[in-house]
Structures are given as structure tokens and as C-alpha cells.
Design a protein around this ligand. Structure first.
Ligand SMILES: [Zn+2]
Length: 199
């Protein structure tokens, strides 16, 4: 896979003219693009700040993202207690060429909704024609499916594509939701930029 250009859309990699909050000319995805010190040496990184960790559900394992003095990193958490990082890759603050923040459907939630509660709700709905009490359970499962779909498609996952000198990483920062804004602002600030609104 070719590395995407620092000034490009985080979804389709179409080249864009410069940083800022914008919509991709090709795929219409809205995103905020920031330049880092590896692209603009006049920026001064400020790595100091509290260590911030966020999580998001992957298909099989919880994924995590972390900001610390060294840079930004992401990886999977162990499957047993879901707290210990089992793999990590990161980009150091002064190696960041660009940061692109965007939102994307949370596919894991959507897939779970399609596979489990939705078919159960439909099955119970059919059963309710013969046995009316089944309608209560059908409604419960339908509500659960609706919640997952709302979470996956309505709220959407917050993602940041970090293009570094040596590698590109994709960090999701969904949970806890009250840390999203702080994670976003600290990421941009420590990389030397001034945070604008989240897309
Ligand atoms: Zn695009």
C-alpha cells in the first residue's frame, strides 16, 4: 500500500490544497486537516501534558489510543481483561506530518446489530401473529438493534489519521465520550497546531 500524501482526504486519499476544516472534493467526507512539524519545521511541538488514553470497540478486540510525552500511539488491548496493550505502534510528536480528524460509521456496532438483535426481533415479530405476547420481546430486541444502529451510524466513530515520517496510523477515540474533545484538542496542540472544531 502506498503511503497517503500528508495533504489528502483521510477516507479516499484524494489530494487537497491545504489544512483546515473542509469536505473532500471527491468523496464529500468532512474532515479537519492539520499540518505537523515534519511538514512545517516552524511549528514547535509541546509534548508535555497528562497521559490520555481512549478506547474503541474493534471487531474482536478493544483498540486503544494514547497520548503521552513520546507521541501518539494505538494498538489492541489484551482479550482477557481488556486493559493491557498487546501491540503498539506510534508516531513521535516531531515526526507528525499531518493529522486528519473525521467521523466514520462504527462498523462493529452495525454488524453486531444486523447479526443478533435484528433477526431475533424479526423472528419474534412473525411469531407474534400467532402468540401476541411475543410482540413484547420483539419490541425489546428491535429497540436494542435500534440502539446499536444509532450508535454505529448516528453517533459514528471519531477517527484521526496520523501521517508520520515513518508510518501512518489510524486512531479511533470513541470512549469515554467525555474525553473525545480533550483527546482531539491535546493531539492537535501537542503536535504544534491550534485545535479548531471537530468535524
Ligand atoms: Zn475523500
Amino acid at each position: 500500500m502506498n503511503a497517503p500524501a500528508p495533504l489528502s482526504c483521510p477516507r479516499c486519499s484524494a489530494p487537497v490544497e491545504g489544512p483546515g476544516l473542509q469536505s473532500c472534493p471527491r468523496c464529500q467526507r468532512r474532515f479537519a486537516l492539520y499540518v505537523g512539524a515534519a511538514l512545517d519545521p516552524s511549528l514547535s511541538v509541546s509534548p508535555i501534558g497528562p497521559k490520555l488514553q481512549v478506547k474503541s470497540p474493534g471487531l474482536f478486540l478493544m483498540r486503544y489510543g494514547v497520548l503521552d510525552e513520546r507521541g501518539i500511539a494505538e494498538g489492541n488491548l489484551d482479550p482477557i481483561i481488556g486493559r493491557l496493550p498487546i501491540d503498539t505502534q506510534g508516531v513521535a510528536w516531531h515526526d507528525i506530518a499531518s493529522i486528519a480528524v473525521h467521523r466514520a460509521p462504527a462498523w462493529a456496532d452495525l454488524i453486531v446489530a444486523m447479526l443478533i438483535p435484528l433477526p431475533i426481533a424479526l423472528g419474534l415479530g412473525v411469531l407474534a401473529i400467532e402468540a401476541p405476547f411475543a410482540a413484547v420481546f420483539a419490541a425489546i430486541f428491535a429497540a436494542f438493534a435500534g440502539l446499536l444502529i444509532w450508535r454505529g451510524h448516528g453517533v459514528q466513530a471519531c477517527r484521526a489519521r496520523i501521517i508520520g515520517r515513518y508510518r501512518t496510523i489510524d486512531v479511533r477515540f470513541d470512549r469515554p465520550f467525555w474525553r473525545r474533545q480533550q483527546f482531539h484538542d491535546e493531539l492537535v496542540r501537542r503536535a504544534g497546531g491550534s485545535p479548531g472544531p471537530m468535524p
